[in-house]
Ligand binder design. Structure first.
Ligand code: ARG
Length: 461
């Protein structure tokens, strides 16, 4: 019979419905490994400080190891919701397993510093995994950029054809964005790398514990949290993570939006592998970019998690409040969603096949080279505003007479742009146009290749 660990003060058992709303073990059981690691470091410290005997510590340690294997090989059995969370489930089981030494484990510890520590330990591992998944997505983008450094397509602003670009340049744009996402995750990791343990419920303890020893045992880069009230109160590290994930999901979502359009019949610029598309239950011909749409949809859900956590935290008085238990499902959900999509996206874009002819044809509309003509005029002494105006007038005239810029004769062009020479008639070639943008950061295949080389030199590549 499990009795509540706070039973001393209470005359009756927790109401059944309260127990159900109050429990978190159905989801925070994922913290078991980190909770066990924490307890082992804690009890080692208690022994070092003479607060428990070496024998007590040894019993707890081996008991905790046994519980860990039981959870992993499925023999632990059910968690008890009356024991609320993973912390009390493990402590109670340990005491059942090893007897009295187990009842000493919680010396100088509160679930408030315990959960804050578990969460930081857990997130430390998760963030490292996220960073490696982002890096792996970046590697694929760089590989694709190299392969498609010369594949020409229209670049858009306002979803209107703007100037020709190469597909490799597009992929490297996302490589940049994911690089900043990885940086945000690294920053989050660095800032959360302090150990709350030893903060107790709010004000540490009267017992002579060694917080520095525990922090070191648990590998916290910056040692123990400096302020016990802060340590048990804030979840800003989780918010920062959910914000970083939200921003990165925004990047995945925007890329999805492009891929959906590129795969439409209107564009017809890419194919995605069958394994990453789904069909229709009614229309036999359909092949839909559902992964991209789900990414877009799940981005909203991940934003929701961030907002839920912000809203949950904003009115809480210091220090710990039970409201904060609501953080975990939001955090886990964002982690699961983001992790899955990073992997799926990486695999999916490896199956992307561009239709180079259609892309090139779309980029060959000579009006996409209007800027090239204006800049030719600048090189021949015409002030940019004037050049812009005259080329604009030329485009307007073409639009009215239903002709394309490259169909004008030199004489016709000179009527609006007197400085024009035969060279101008050569400007309406998209390959020449991208090659001419041979400026650092530009879309010229040579620039794209040198950016590819830059990425390949990164330590994570
Ligand atoms: N399950 C709780 C949480 O996730 C642990 C801390 C509970 N502390 C308390 N005093 N009720 O936040």
């Amino acid at each position: 019979q499990n009795r509540a660990l706070w039973g001393g003060r209470f005359a009756t058992e927790t109401n059944e419905l309260v127990a159900r709303i109050s429990e978190s073990v159905s989801y925070d059981h994922r913290l078991y490994k980190h909770d066990i690691a924490q307890s082992k470091a804690h009890v080692r410290m208690l022994a070092k400080q003479g607060l428990v005997t070496a024998e007590d510590a040894a019993q707890c340690t081996s008991g905790l190891d046994q519980l860990c294997s039981q959870i992993e090989n499925g023999t632990f059995g059910a968690f008890d919701i009356k024991l609320e969370d993973i912390h009390m489930n493990l402590e109670s089981r340990l005491t059942r397993l090893v007897g009295e030494p187990g009842s000493k484990l919680h010396t100088a510890r509160s679930r408030n510093d315990q959960v804050a520590t578990d969460l930081r330990l857990y997130l430390r591992d998760e963030i490292q995994l996220l960073i490696s998944l982002v890096r792996s997505l970046q590697r694929v983008l760089v590989t694709l950029a190299e392969e498609y450094a010369q594949v020409i397509m229209p670049g858009f602003t306002h979803l209107q054809h703007a100037q020709p670009v190469v597909l490799g340049h597009y992929f490297l744009a996302y490589c940049e964005m994911f690089d900043r996402d990885a940086g945000r995750l690294e920053d989050t990791l660095n800032r959360l790398d302090f150990c709350p343990l030893g903060s107790g419920a709010i004000a540490t303890t009267t017992l002579p514990i060694d917080r520095f020893f525990v922090a070191e045992q648990l590998g916290f880069r910056h040692g123990p949290c400096r302020n016990s009230m802060d340590a048990v109160s804030d979840r800003d590290f989780a918010l920062e993570l959910l914000a970083a994930i939200s921003i990165s999901m925004m990047h995945l979502s925007r890329m999805s939006e492009d891929l959906i359009f590129w795969m439409s019949q209107e564009a017809g610029w890419i194919e995605l592998g069958d394994a990453f598309c789904t069909g229709s239950s009614l229309m036999p011909q359909k092949k839909n970019p559902d992964v991209c749409e789900l990414t877009r949809g799940k981005t909203g859900r991940v934003y929701g998690n961030l907002l839920a956590l912000l809203a949950m935290m904003k009115g809480l008085p210091l220090c710990y409040n039970r409201d904060m238990q609501e953080d975990k499902e939001r955090i886990f959900d964002s982690l699961d969603t983001y992790k899955a999509l990073l992997q799926i996206f990486r695999e999916m874009i490896l199956t992307l096949k561009p239709n180079q002819e259609r892309m090139f044809a779309a980029a060959s509309d000579p009006s996409l080279m209007a800027t090239d003509l204006a800049e030719w005029l600048v090189r021949n002494g015409v002030p940019f505003r004037e050049a812009h105006h005259r080329v604009g007038a030329l485009v307007g005239e073409c639009t009215r007479s239903g002709r394309r810029l490259n169909e004008l004769t030199l004489t016709e062009m000179q009527r609006v742009v007197p400085e024009a020479t035969a060279d101008c008639l050569e400007l309406f070639d998209p390959l020449r146009s991208v090659q001419a943008r041979n400026i650092f950061g530009g879309t010229a295949p040579e620039q794209v290749r040198s950016q590819v080389a830059f990425w390949k030199r990164q330590p994570w590549f």
